[in-house]
Design a binder for this molecule. Sequence first.
Ligand code: IMP
Ligand code: MG
Length: 376
Amino acid sequence: MSRIKIHDKIFEPFISAEEIDRAVSKVADQITKKYRGRKPVFIGVLNGCFFFATDLMRKIDFSCEVSFVKVASYVGTQTTGNVRQLLGLDQKVAGRDVIIIEDIVDTGNTIEAVTEIIANMGAASVSVATLLMKPKIYSKNIDIEFVAIEIDPEFVVGYGLDYDGFGRNLNQLYVLSQAQNLKSDEDMLNIVLFGPPGAGKGTQAIKLKEKYDLVHLSTGDILRNEIKNETELGTLAKSFMDKGELVPDEVVIDMIGNCLNENESAKGFIFDGFPRTTEQAEALDNLLEKHSTEIDTMLSLEVDDEELVDRIIKRGKESGREDDKNESVIFNRIITYNKKTAPLKNYYDEQGKYHAIAGVGSVDDVFDRLTSSIKS
Ligand code: IMP
Ligand code: MG
């Protein structure tokens, strides 16, 4: 389980579904012991209680009734202050044993008002069952008899509870992270550096990495390193790379996932030579979402095919890169690029992130074009 983002905030996993289930069972047992044979009426306070109420009621096996209300609050007179009213109560509570079901008791303002209203309607008894309680800030005198889980005064979401409308559907609880600024989107700069083999991605990536203090992830470099070290991954990758074909998606996606995990506090990433297929781009989006971030821009270095072949052959002579020496392998790489990789432009264009950058001219000229595109 990893951290999630809701609106502008990062939340950490807090209480698992299993732990919640145990706590709910505990409360169900306590209620069963006390109320069996008394035919109480449960009144759930919406919206937040809907998970807890459902799971709790499933564990209650004696005769009872269930109903739901909403709490409306409006500003009253100076003396009455904030007035609360129950909406939707379709249940006669006079003379009945009532158990109010709440998601969370924080200051206790809400539950105090609800309890008072129900008591004033002539209930024989009123007790409260809440999923969560923050005893350190609870400031009322009403006894909260059934508490599934006590928590410190932190903000939580999930299992019915929301942050500004969202998060209710999560089946476990998350807590607002202490590390909001560690990796918020605004601070990070994530770039997909795109272009055919020989477009100058590697050269420009090094300069971008220095200027913006980014982590440079080149799948090609990582794989060449694996090949050099004769690892299992290297051997597998070599069989594809030698032919100018793409290494399978699962292999590179796993590699990138590991690199992201190893660079938790990075200011951003340059993805160089990855993604190369739409499947990889989707996988990258999912990975980044888990890290509460996303791709900011896709910078596509555009160079025509003839120029590319010239450049790659020259590079092959200088660096000795195997896949740069053989002309048919070079052609196959360019064909593969045009067939499988170039369609990625559409993928990023649909997200408004695709930016074509002329990849011809001096290294500095191209770099200037890249940085002014990033700024805008
Ligand atoms: P109280 O009236 O201060 O006890 O607050 C109760 C209400 O505040 C709950 O019914 C929730 O709607 C909201 N609330 C309090 N704490 C949290 C939290 O940690 N997460 C989500 N909602 C909360
Ligand atoms: Mg509530």
